[in-house]
Design a protein around this ligand. Structure first.
Ligand code: HEM
Length: 477
């Protein structure tokens, strides 16, 4: 709202001071240079030296992908992450796990809301968060996570999930620690080192965050160690699981199908445990809330657009031929083009990530002005997605715009996944997960908002999260 009101007041280019000067760019022409995919001109820096000091203290800089701005290390880590996440086997895994976890979800919903008494209204968004948590942890680490089971146990008076409670507690502790890190690490950027070191309130909080990260690192390390052991104990001719952790452990080792091709390239050494921990951690951080909130927004927009919903249901029924139980396949996804158009249109009109950052390493000309080195730039996704020069009737929710043969958005005008060299490497995963989940949800359930007149409840920082989406479900037909 802050960016939006400034945009209306000051136009496509303005600056704000958040302790530091930030230039906000609101046109796709202005971001062309920053989002160039050329390796010669890589704008990969997100934070200035000053802004990253606290993160250095926490020990999260120069690792993983998300905040990594040491070029060689970022390129190396991103290479392994991308290779694993874009492999056909992994895409197959996403489809498989979406179906499998959806079966678990529907078993809880059927008990609570379909066959249960007086529990028809519930918060869809909390469930979508538990779902994407369990999804990302299973797919990235190969370890089962039971946050849906834990949430069900909290809601159900009598029946409990058929999972050992020690396993549930362990995964819930792990996921809570990840959440605590995600919600709290920015204090190392915002709160001055003096306050963090000497002022008891902030010192306690920052010590707690450091302790929390120590626990998370240990937990990741033990998962990685266990998996290395399992891989070593598996004969070379026996297949391994297709989760990201297994793929990155074996990448560029004799177990890797591309091993012979890569063996002479010196940059292609296998990853160390600390490097692996960094990329898996970042995948979990970046891939949970983004997908969870998008699916909530999809449910909201469909409830407000019955014509779109009807067209979507026709497509789903055509593809599944009214079969409400068979697992979803990759070929189904190719046939669910209208569902894909809905995901894109929701992401355009109400992008979960509302803006993203770059920091200029050297003086640059951007948007017709010369800026000094270290200038912070923020690219407003919302403003670009709502500009009538790039989008016909941008305020209209119209998935059909994506169905026009040969339709391509104007360059850099659809940037829900960012752009340039740092473009979201999880975008394919996200699209497959969201299309699958939409089809599975709407194939089986009729989902209505409890109060259609109520505005969407959200809270925005860098991402816009849904704080509650009360719905009512019943079986279709
Ligand atoms: C609807 C879902 C998602 C949205 C809207 C989204 C959006 C974004 C955006 C806007 C960026 C910043 C790009 C830039 O700076 O140019 C980003 C980065 C990233 N995303 Fe996603 N994302 C989603 C899902 C995922 C998933 C499922 C994963 C992983 C499994 C993931 C992993 C990452 C990573 C690792 C980065 C950092 C890339 C880098 O800095 O090089 N994202 N995402």
């Amino acid at each position: 709202m802050f960016y939006d009101s400034n945009h209306k007041k000051y136009g496509d280019l303005y600056e704000v001071y958040f302790g530091t000067r930030v230039i906000v760019l609101n046109r796709s022409e202005y971001v062309e240079k920053l989002l160039s995919a050329s390796k010669k001109n890589p704008f990969i820096t997100k934070l200035s030296e000053d802004d990253s000091k606290g993160f250095h203290e926490l020990g999260i800089m120069g690792k993983g992908i998300l905040l990594n701005q040491e070029f060689q290390s970022w390129v190396y880590n991103r290479h392994f992450f991308t290779q694993a996440i874009l492999s056909p086997k992994f895409v197959h895994e996403v489809t498989y796990w979406t179906s499998k976890l959806f079966n678990e979800l529907e078993s809880y919903w059927d008990k609570l809301y379909i066959n249960g008494v007086n529990k028809k209204a519930f918060d869809f968004n909390t469930w979508s968060n538990q779902f994407t948590n369990d999804m990302i942890i299973s797919l990235l680490t190969g370890e089962r996570s039971y946050t849906m089971a834990s949430y069900f146990n909290g809601l159900s008076d009598n029946e409990k999930a058929e999972r050992p409670s020690a396993l549930i507690d362990e995964t819930v502790k792990f996921v809570h620690a990840i959440r605590k890190h995600v919600l709290g690490f920015s204090m190392f950027q915002i709160v001055s080192p003096f306050l963090r070191h000497y002022f008891p309130y902030f010192k306690n909080k920052s010590d707690d965050m450091k302790q929390n990260l120590k626990y998370l690192n240990q937990r990741f390390d033990s998962i990685i160690k266990k998996r290395r052991q399992e891989i070593e104990n598996t004969p070379l001719d026996k297949p391994l699981s297709n989760d990201m952790l297994t793929s990155v452990i074996i990448a560029n080792t004799p177990r890797d199908v591309n091993y012979d091709k890569n063996v002479n390239e010196k940059s292609m050494r296998p990853m160390t445990d600390v490097e692996i921990r960094g990329i898996i951690f970042d995948g979990i951080v970046a891939g949970t809330d983004t997908s969870a909130n998008t699916i909530s927004y999809i449910v909201y927009y469909l409830a407000h657009n019955p014509d779109v919903k009807k067209k979507m249901l026709d497509e789903i029924d055509r593809v599944f031929e009214d079969d409400k139980t068979r697992p979803i396949t990759e070929s189904d996804i190719h046939n669910l083009k209208y569902c894909e158009a809905i995901v894109k249109e929701v992401s355009r009109i109400f992008s979960v990530v509302n803006s993203f950052a770059r920091c200029l390493e050297k003086p640059e000309e951007i948007a017709g002005y010369q800026w000094p080195a270290n200038t912070h730039v923020r690219i407003s996704i919302d403003a670009i997605h709502h500009n009538s020069e790039y989008w016909e009737k941008p305020e209209n929710f119209n998935p059909d715009r994506w169905m026009i043969e040969g339709f391509e958005p104007k360059k850099n005008s659809f940037i829900t996944f960012g752009g340039g060299l740092r473009v979201c490497p999880g975008r394919k995963f996200a699209m497959v997960e969201l299309v699958c989940l939409m089809a599975l949800l709407f194939r089986k359930y009729e989902i209505d908002l409890i109060n259609k007149e109520a505005p969407l409840k959200t809270l925005s920082s860098v991402i816009t999260v849904c704080t509650e989406l009360l719905v009512e479900i019943k079986l279709r037909n």
